[in-house]
Design a protein around this ligand. Structure first.
Ligand code: SF4
Ligand code: SF4
Length: 365
């Protein structure tokens, strides 16, 4: 059974959250990792401009300091996005990272955008899995000797949950890799929900969604890359994930496997500001639950499962999206995304040997 270590956010005058984070890292085995003369990628999400749910950059500083003290060379990294926004090329992405506080003075290390200026700087890793024969992984992740994942745990419109497997698998994919992972997941429009407001039209980076003669959104599937942005921006739930979003989850897991199969890795996950949707969107709604804590493990599957369970065990915030409908025992992510099963991704990850869903939760600090 995998071990998942956990600190809550309670602090007092003699122990602040950074001191608790130090204890978490130590207990979870961070200090045992060999980083001497190694390039250590800290993979995280710098937050889409307009979104404030991402992990505070202050949390990176103690991690980077520890890596340096062990003789490693830390850097922060993430790959460019598929969709229109503030992180679709390295110039905008760096600007977004700096605006959100991810810079040397705050974190103690620099940012390297994983797949370069236009998303074309990647390594093609042969994996020969069910869906992907190769994985196009951003070079700054693929070339790292050691990977530290710092993930913000929240909901996700295509995978149900967005945690460590998504941070590593989807997040490290170069633009072409992200395209491959999304290619079976084009949404369908529920015509009775559509008001013709055109918010989706304005937000589709691929000119794939327009209003038809009845002023209802319609998708051109020759152009749609399945990025899910229309799902995120529509306030009327008209675009809905296609049933084969399961394929997207499985491909994302195959990418995570490509990255982790022969790279030492350590995973940290923050259950704070648990927004219903991903940090990829330029907004974040009221959290589903109160802030819970920080978890760490060398098993990404156990870590995602533990985070999911902790969020599901907590009471829903009454003013959140699910506050009026939630009852104890409900799966919160399923309430937000009724057509998506987050478990599919975890089951497939377990099948590939990335980790196990049975875990022992060990509270420290
Ligand atoms: S699908 Fe949603 S965002 Fe697009 S036009 Fe219809 S109601 Fe507006
Ligand atoms: S139609 Fe929706 S899923 Fe398809 S490319 Fe446009 S925003 Fe992305």
């Amino acid at each position: 059974m995998s071990k998942v270590y956990f600190i809550d956010f309670h602090t007092h005058a003699r122990q602040n959250i950074f001191q608790k984070l130090e204890i978490l890292l130590e207990k979870a085995g961070f200090d045992q990792m060999d980083m001497e003369q190694k390039f250590v990628a800290i993979k995280m999400h710098f937050g889409e401009p307009g979104n404030l749910a991402y992990i505070r950059p202050n949390f990176v500083a103690p991690v980077a300091k520890k890596i340096r003290s062990k003789g490693g060379f830390p850097y922060l990294t993430d790959a460019n996005t598929l969709y229109k926004g503030g992180r679709s090329n390295a110039v905008d992405h760096l600007q977004a990272a700096h605006a959100n506080g991810f810079n040397y003075p705050t974190t103690g290390c620099d940012v390297i955008i994983a797949d370069g200026i236009k998303g074309t700087d990647y390594r093609e890793i042969e994996i020969n899995q069910k869906h992907c024969k190769t994985a196009k992984v951003g070079s700054a992740v693929a070339d790292a000797d050691v990977l530290i994942s710092m993930a913000h745990f929240k909901g996700h419109e295509m995978a149900g949950i967005g945690g460590t497997l998504k941070n590593v698998g989807m997040g490290s994919g170069a633009v072409g890799g992200k395209l491959e992972m999304h290619s079976d997941a084009s949404p369908v429009i529920n015509r009775s929900h559509c008001t013709g407001c055109e918010v989706c039209v304005e937000n589709c980076a691929h000119d794939a969604i327009h209003l038809d003669e009845e002023s209802i959104a319609t998708i051109d599937y020759d152009k749609c890359v399945g990025c899910g942005q229309c799902i995120a921006v529509c306030r009327y739930d008209a675009p809905q994930p296609a049933s084969d979003s399961e394929f997207m989850q499985e491909k994302m897991v195959e990418y995570a496997w490509a990255i982790l199969k022969d790279k030492p890795a350590f995973h940290i996950s923050f259950i704070s500001d648990v927004s219903p949707q991903c940090d990829c969107w330029g907004f974040n709604d009221i959290p589903l639950v109160q802030n819970i804590g920080i978890l760490a493990s060398t098993d990404p599957v156990a870590l995602d499962r533990a985070c999911t369970d902790l969020v599901n065990e907590a009471p829903a915030l009454p003013n959140s999206q699910i506050g009026k409908t939630w009852k104890p025992g409900d799966d919160k992510f399923n309430l937000v995304f009724p057509k998506i099963s987050w478990k599919k991704g975890l089951d497939y990850a377990e099948k590939l040997g990335l980790g196990e869903q049975k875990y022992e939760l060990i509270k420290v600090g």
